[in-house]
Design a binder for this molecule. Structure first.
Ligand SMILES: Cc1cc2nc3c(=O)[nH]c(=O)nc-3n(C[C@H](O)[C@H](O)[C@H](O)COP(=O)(O)OP(=O)(O)OC[C@H]3O[C@@H](n4cnc5c(N)ncnc54)[C@H](O)[C@@H]3O)c2cc1C
Length: 417
């Protein structure tokens, strides 16, 4: 690996973009991802706003760009353990957790069929289980199974015996590799805000209160319900669905900032409900609808549907009603009165929390733990939702910019180094 290489931490859409842009401009790139697959949160999304197309096509194009470019080294289940050196000349030590499945895997699934143990399916936010030998995501890249060793029964070797390709190595050790790199791009993304912390909205107490990320999985064909939007309590289609905007965001007790994507995400999810459950009525309670720029047309299109009501008012509480239903109490800001609304399913539009925890201290963090930029320290860059909450198109533009800045470091290093 050349000392002029670029390290990208985080293999979501931002990290993938930064990696392919830098590599296609002629740089060596190491892309590390802590989970067993690339794609990040986008792989868990049913459709993209505003076009409402499946994210799999865009991801597949990027995977092809990676496959076709020998300048990119992809390491999954990998995290940056330490970073020594100075801008333009870093030594990055990467810790790679064992997958227990080698590249000889053909993803035939025989290991999962033979496996007797189960684990919660984290890809689907625990809504179902997978075998301990599992494919981490539909269309996973790399297309390899993984073994969740802590979930395996003592001494079990059923997957090893079932694999005709000798692709399972239950003794695979942890590996460490050190790379000389000129610059590091952090693209570690976001996690959903923990809705259980918003006590008045009932998540965790009432099964029919779900979050927006759960709704993405419920609507997805490869999700736990096969794409059917059903109430968790009884598996029946909902008659009325309420979306609660700013569930945590723009709230000093939770996330004081706007998470930027939740309004467009709920408008989009309202269309999921209208497609899947055409009889259901949909209400979106909001403080302000923030769907600017190219999202304005999308907002207008969704708002024109008579079965989708947009109600300006902050939800005060969600309580249990009869038959598993919920009573949503909100202030109607335009009519200046309190209103109660019965719903059979409530979706909390929870916000975006930056995932900057596992990164070296040299990255400058703001008060909310976002990485706003290099902060004067050349050599360390950020892109995507770890920089600020943003949609996919903005993340891609951001990542392309970060790749350019990193390349400038490489070039400067070549001139001065
Ligand atoms: C409910 C919802 C629906 C949405 N729908 C849309 C939509 O329809 N259209 C749209 O444009 N946008 C949508 N978005 C926004 C979209 O999800 C983000 O723009 C996108 O995920 C940003 O990608 P990212 O790569 O920055 O972050 P992520 O997708 O979070 O990817 C980050 C990656 O980094 C990895 N990682 C984290 N920490 C480490 C570490 N320490 N070391 C190594 N790897 C690490 C993670 O495992 C992950 O793979 C939606 C958001 C929400 C909340």
């Amino acid at each position: 690996m050349s000392a002029r290489a670029i390290l990208v931490v985080g293999g979501g859409i931002s990290g993938i973009t930064a990696a392919v842009e830098a590599a296609e401009a002629g740089r060596q790139v190491v892309l590390i991802e802590k989970s067993p697959f690339l794609g990040g949160r986008v792989t868990r999304t049913h459709l993209y706003f505003p076009k409402l197309c499946p994210p799999a096509c865009g991801l597949e194009i990027n995977y092809k760009r990676i496959r076709n470019n020998p300048a990119i080294t992809v390491l999954t289940q990998a995290e940056l353990e330490s970073l020594a050196g100075t801008p333009g000349s870093y030594q990055a030590t990467v810790k790679i957790a064992p997958r227990f499945v080698t590249s000889a895997c053909t993803a035939c699934g025989a290991c999962a069929e033979a496996c007797p143990a189960e684990r919660p399916d984290d890809f689907n936010y625990g809504l179902k289980k997978t075998k301990a030998a599992y494919i981490p995501a539909a269309n996973a890249f790399p297309p390899l199974y993984a073994i969740d060793r802590p979930a395996c029964p003592n001494g079990c070797r059923a997957c090893v015996d079932a694999c005709r390709y000798g692709a399972i190595d239950l003794d695979q050790p942890v590996e460490r590799r050190t790379f000389d790199v000129a610059a590091v791009i952090a693209a570690t993304g976001w996690a959903p805000y923990d809705a259980a912390k918003i006590d008045n909205l009932g998540f965790g107490r009432h099964p029919n209160v779900v979050t927006n990320v759960i709704m993405e999985r419920m609507a997805a064909r490869d999700g736990p319900t096969g794409g059917r939007i059903l109430r968790p309590s009884d598996g029946r289609p909902p008659r009325s669905v309420v979306f609660v905007q700013c569930a945590g965001s723009r709230d000093d007790n939770h996330l004081p900032y706007c998470s930027a994507v939740c309004c467009a995400a709920s408008l989009k999810q309202a269309t999921y409900v209208r497609t899947e459950c055409p009889e259901a009525d949909v209400s979106i309670f909001y403080i302000d609808i923030r769907a600017g720029g190219r999202l304005e047309d999308f907002y207008a299109r969704v708002a024109a549907d008579d079965c989708i009501k947009l109600i300006k008012g902050k939800v005060a509480k969600v309580e249990a009603a009869e038959d598993g239903d919920l009573l949503v109490t909100a202030e109607d800001a335009l009519q200046g009165r309190k209103r109660s609304h019965r719903a059979s399913l409530v979706v909390l539009a929870t916000g975006i929390v930056p995932q900057s925890g596992g990164l070296p201290a040299g990255f400058v963090r703001d008060e909310f733990q976002f990485l706003p930029g290099a902060g004067g320290r050349a050599g360390l860059y950020s892109a995507g939702c770890v920089r600020r909450p943003e949609e996919v198109m903005a993340s891609v533009q951001d990542a392309t910019g970060a790749a350019l800045e990193a390349i400038q470091d490489v070039v400067r290093g070549a001139v001065h180094g």
